[in-house]
Design a protein. Structure first.
Length: 163
């Protein structure tokens, strides 16, 4: 009898974490933004949320949800920071299930390819942190706000990039 390793799209990346970019944790959950490498030409950026359980005085993690993007070496990245952030902020309202903060905390994040992210503000506020990393020989900048304060929908948020 032979077993088949047929995965749902993206599922093959959930099985291993090659590099953690950022981890957020509280007493009940952890959210991890990480890289999973398939080979030297393809990898995945995954943001996953896990429920923390303590069993025999050891932390165990149960998968809750995730979102991912497959990155391929040589793929052109022609979108500028403003375009990427607009689309990521528009999606942010739907991705709140990755948030491990309380219900009244709003978590927004994204990735861009240019360092002008360091001169970027959303609703006049700088990101809490910007983390540089490389994947498939391409530069990436992970940015986030852990407790973003605004009543506006993600697609209505104001973005400014100072030159």
């Amino acid at each position: 009898m032979r077993s088949s390793n047929n995965y749902e799209k993206g599922e093959e990346y959930r099985g291993h974490i090659d590099k953690i970019i950022k981890q957020f944790e509280n007493e009940h959950y952890t959210s991890v933004f990480f890289i999973s490498e398939k080979d030297d030409t393809e990898a995945s950026l995954t943001f996953a949320k896990f429920k923390i359980k303590e069993i025999n005085q050891k932390k165990k993690y149960a998968y809750v949800t995730s979102t991912y993007e497959v990155i391929k070496k040589g793929r052109p990245y022609d979108k500028d920071t403003m375009s990427l952030m607009k689309s990521q902020l528009a999606l942010s309202d739907a991705l709140q299930d990755l948030n491990i903060g309380s219900e009244n905390k709003r978590f927004i994040y994204g990735n861009v390819h240019k360092k002008d992210i360091y001169n970027t503000k959303v609703e006049g506020k700088e990101p809490d942190e910007i983390i540089y990393f490389e994947i498939c020989d391409k530069p990436f900048y992970f940015w986030y706000y852990e407790n973003f304060q605004s009543d506006k929908a993600g697609n209505s948020l104001t973005i400014e990039i100072q030159k």
